[in-house]
Ligand binder design. Sequence first.
Ligand code: GRG
Length: 299
Amino acid sequence: MSTDSDFPRWMAAVQQRTETALGVFLPPSSQAPTRLHEAMRYAALGGGKRVRPLLVHAAGHLVDAAPDRLDRIACAVELIHVYSLVHDDMPCMDDDVLRRGKPTVHVEYDEATALLVGDALQTRAFELLAEGQLAESPAAQLGMVALLAAASGSHGMAGGQAIDLAAVGHQLNRAELEFMHIRKTGALIRASVLLGARAGRPLADADHQRLDHYSKQIGLLFQVVDDILDAEADTATLGKTAGKDAEHGKPTYVSLLGLNDAKAYAEELLADALSTLAPLGERGVHLQALAEFIVRRSF
Ligand code: GRG
């Protein structure tokens, strides 16, 4: 277990500063086109666990990165995440009516606005990464832009989403399920860690590899836990054990492994992530606590 007793305070502080920074980085809703800007703010502000910004800051802590650099990177990653949620909720994808406890963007506004909100959040994310000084050289900063683009595109999140949509009604095996999740959720989680780590003093190769392995393990962990929470919510309300995704014909770790083995797999991934970080010592403490938070979270 992590010994980071300050973790809840640190987490609340990062969540608060992310909310403030997003408020500054997003266009004001008084600025034309007002409806689009209002909807962008509606989508991005006032909700979410901010797991990806927390990972950016935790990795940045490892390399003594300046907090204002980390805010910009954290907001860029969060805006990509929010765009993906807005599009994922639309009728052409998951057709969800609630997100973060409020009506989804296409319900509150309309479908065309939701599409544009996603588009504009995505481009604003890259604008944030391209502006200001976030790394020691322009070339290093360009590498950060490329890293986020690769994580978001057809070899990353968007590709994972395409595989997920194509898998509806098919039984994927474990390797295929992993292949999909590494891209759909894992790629952006990995990018959050690696981008935070690029904002400060250079890391030794061995430490960079540790961080990369940790980021891949917690990306999978995030998804396994998501499937478990989904299945447990269904058990509580409907007496079923599969979860919403499984009912929609989507494969999940719970439908593939069963609830108990999915939980055992989550513990295995957590143990691996924690032991990978151990050689980094005290500086890795927030990253350790975040891995535990991902497993122990209840939503
Ligand atoms: C539309 C290109 C495109 C991609 C969508 C990530 C994604 C890809 C869709 C989200 C669907 C989903 C519910 C996936 C399960 C894991 C996940 C990403 C959950 C939502 O992320 P959290 O728990 O949400 O970090 P908050 O609201 O806390 O930020």
